[in-house]
Design a binder for this molecule. Structure first.
Ligand code: AMP
Ligand code: MN
Ligand code: MN
Ligand code: MN
Length: 279
């Protein structure tokens, strides 16, 4: 089954509306889908209506920002109750802290010689908030300050870079608990993307804390992983008994992989499809 369980719409930092995302997935012949906007469930109604129209199977999804030893870690949630009021209000509250962070990021960019960044990012997002580092990166490219997305992130906006702002999202166990209390399953997103915050901290320790709090899975196949890295992550998932998921992390044309354009999961692993009884 062609499936993709990680992508974004205009609700967070993608460039297509929820409807356009699902239509594009249908065009790419994806049969099963999760839209995983950052810290936000509000793409659901529109995505669900479009998925019904297109005959695509849609499961609930979200990508929750967490802070682990000062580092941003993304936790994916799947299969929770779409209209869970508690999860929604927890995320609403958490998202509201973005506004202050945006101001501070813009202040840092201004000090680096890039003034009016917040106004620029807001114009790109087409709203006042929520604003993501992705919007700041797109603005820097449009202004000619950076050549591409990777440069904007790696040189200025990624954790630890001069325009990044330390932010206390929720803890990893809290995000896992929120997802579980809404009836869902928690997965670690893109596990090899994190530069560990201290040499003494490892992915193994993150997985310990994650599974101790009830997390069950990990993204094993995603954009930018070579076959060796996928094999490495698959080994870890196998040894730790983690369920495997896969996702393009699609945001827009020209920014990474297209929807559905990712490899199959290694056969030996328990898959998200099995867990959610999708196939
Ligand atoms: P935010 O949610 O505002 O912290 O923005 C994080 C988003 O920036 C991620 O979801 C990605 O879409 C994008 N991004 C791309 N590369 C990086 C990177 N190296 N570090 C952080 N964010 C990145
Ligand atoms: Mn993103
Ligand atoms: Mn992510
Ligand atoms: Mn993502």
């Amino acid at each position: 089954m062609k499936a993709d369980y990680h992508m974004h719409s205009t609700i967070s930092d993608g460039r297509l509306t929820p409807r356009e995302v699902v239509m594009r997935a249908a065009k790419n012949r994806v049969e099963c889908l999760a839209l995983t906007d950052h810290d936000d469930l509000s793409s659901w109604s529109e995505a669900w209506a479009t998925a019904n129209e297109c005959g695509i199977r849609l499961i609930t999804g979200v990508e929750i920002s967490t802070t682990w030893h000062g580092k941003t870690i993304h936790i994916l949630g799947y299969g929770f109750r779409a209209l869970d009021a508690t999860l929604k209000s927890r995320l609403d509250q958490m998202r509201s802290t973005r506004a202050m962070r945006s101001v501070r990021i813009a202040e840092k960019l201004s000090a680096l010689g890039f003034p009016y960044a917040l106004e620029g990012a807001q114009a790109i997002a087409g709203r006042i908030e929520p604003i993501s580092r992705t919007h700041f990166a797109r603005w820097m490219i449009n202004q000619g300050y950076c050549r591409n997305f990777a440069q904007a992130m790696n040189q200025y906006l990624a954790d630890g870079q001069p325009a990044s702002v330390d932010h206390d999202w929720v803890s990893v166990p809290t995000a896992v608990q929120w997802i579980r209390e809404a009836g869902g399953h928690a997965f670690i997103a893109h596990p090899l993307r994190y530069k560990m915050p201290q040499p003494s901290l490892t992915l193994a320790q993150l997985i310990d804390e994650f599974t101790d709090s009830g997390g069950v899975g990990m993204e094993v196949v995603y954009n930018q992983l070579g076959p060796n890295e996928t094999a490495h992550i698959a080994d870890i998932a196998w040894h730790r008994g983690l369920v495997a998921s896969r996702g393009s992390d699609f945001h827009s044309d020209g920014e990474g992989a297209d929807i559905g354009a990712i490899a199959d999961l290694p056969k030996k692993l328990m898959s998200i499809e099995k867990l959610l009884e999708l196939s």
